[in-house]
Design a protein around this ligand. Structure first.
Ligand code: URA
Length: 434
């Protein structure tokens, strides 16, 4: 009888599912085994679906979360940017209506001497994505191959592209499965999904903007803080400097919503103009990027330097340079009418006098083909028949939907609501709060 030497008992998905079901902590090897086998196509969707649901119901320990993030990160290419002399720092936002800070921050931090290798996503749910906004710039190419991405980064200090097929392929597969199995809403899975993609950029430090409020994915501050702490700790376990700011998303950020309009507001902020809330948040996030990037001793110093880089026009020059290098029409910076923008407009007027008390509901989904300019924000007084917003559109049917949504979501009361701070708290070093 011939003797066959069989391989050592290998990973079995059923064991990993059972352990998670019974709340027994998984080892790094088990998590890695599952992620790698699934990415290769060696474990079927139904087994991974069962495991994902067990994670949603049972949660994960911090070492398990770090192991999952690491396995997803290493499922694809991890950029090696060590040849660049600058510190590599990125910013990630969990997403909110009118959040265009990435487009301001990449050139701003680059103007301060930091490298910003930004790999971004498309819109998710009711929020617009950075890539969609960049594509409002005629010719701007968000699909650069990694070699070209690196070339732009070396030439101007910042580059902005979409996720390539080579970056964290495990996340691509897992996210698609989560989307159809009711397993998106787990902070552990969200953490691993976001952090695996961000850390694959080859960064040294990361500033997280975790939104909370009616227009955010995390409605309650408690949930936002939990996710923020999880991401900060996971990043630190992986040897990166990470800070999370919990910021307000109870109303849109800035006054312009919609891809082309948001680029106009980005240019305004880079010119030293633009709405106060957007400008303040950008300067604060930039302050953290500069601080973690070693350019400034303190965050306050980083914020001051960022403000100077805007006043001197250096940040706007960087934006112009990046657009040019990525094939876009850089003339949009001086003439925003060149942006791909809806041309028809209609005004929405206030049905009564009072104070704007709220202007966003979580279920409101803004059609990206329709732009909105808000003329009033929460806490501001409005008179009857005074313009509340202007809708920019090409299709009358879509404009009508947007008009109904705006009228429905803007509440007018007799008195102003309590003012909410823009930055609720800062989470750093495994839960330390400022
Ligand atoms: N964004 C991501 O990239 N992943 C998630 O799981 C949720 C939001």
């Amino acid at each position: 009888m011939s003797e066959t030497i069989s391989a050592l008992p290998t990973f079995r998905a059923i064991d990993v599912i059972r352990k998670k079901r019974d709340s027994i902590e998984l080892t790094r090897e088990e998590i890695e085994g599952l992620v790698n086998a699934y990415t290769r196509g060696d474990v079927p969707d139904y087994q991974v679906s069962a495991w994902l649901m067990a994670v949603v119901l049972r949660g994960m320990t911090r070492p398990e979360t770090a192991a999952l993030t690491d396995a997803m990160l290493r499922s694809g290419e991890v950029l090696d940017l060590s040849s660049l002399p600058q510190k590599k720092v990125d910013k990630h936002s969990t997403g909110g209506v009118g959040d265009k800070t990435s487009l301001v921050l990449a050139p701003l931090a680059a103007a301060a001497g930091i490298a910003v290798p930004m790999i971004s996503g498309r819109g998710l749910g009711h929020t617009g994505g950075t890539l969609d906004k960049l594509e409002a710039i005629p010719g701007f190419n968000v699909n650069l191959p990694v070699t070209e991405f690196r070339r732009v980064l070396e030439a101007c200090g910042c580059a902005m592209i979409g996720q390539t097929a080579e970056i964290a392929p495990a996340d691509r597969k897992l996210y698609a499965l989560r989307d159809v199995t009711g397993t998106v809403e787990s902070p552990y899975l969200i953490c691993a999904s976001i952090m695996s993609k961000k850390l694959a950029e080859g960064i040294d430090a990361l500033v997280l903007d975790v939104k909370t409020g009616s227009g955010a994915f995390m409605k309650s501050e408690k949930d936002a803080a939990f996710l923020a702490e999880l991401m900060v700790e996971t990043g630190e376990r992986m040897g990166k400097q990470v800070v999370a700011l919990i910021t307000d998303m109870d109303q849109p950020l800035g006054k312009m919503i919609g891809n082309a309009l948001e680029v106009i507001e980005v240019v305004e902020v880079l010119r030293g103009e633009g709405p106060g809330d957007l400008r303040e948040l950008c300067l604060h996030l930039a302050g953290w990027m500069l601080h973690l990037g070693g350019v400034s001793k303190t965050v306050a110093e980083g914020t001051k330097l960022s403000s100077e880089l805007i006043s001197s026009g250096k940040a706007l020059d960087k934006f112009r340079h990046m657009i040019e290098l990525q094939g876009g029409d850089a003339r949009v910076v001086d003439d925003t009418t060149r942006l791909l923008q809806a041309r028809r407009t209609s005004q929405i007027v206030s049905p009564k006098s009072g104070v704007i008390s709220s202007m966003q509901r979580k279920e409101d989904s803004v059609d990206p083909a329709v732009g909105i300019v808000l003329h009033k924000k929460v806490g501001e007084r409005v008179e009857s028949q005074e313009p509340l917003a202007t809708v920019y559109y090409n299709s009358e049917a879509r404009a009508e939907q947007a008009r109904l949504l705006i009228v429905d979501s803007i509440q007018i009361a007799d008195a102003a609501p309590a003012k909410r701070p823009l930055i609720h708290r800062v989470i750093q070093k495994s839960g330390e709060k400022h």
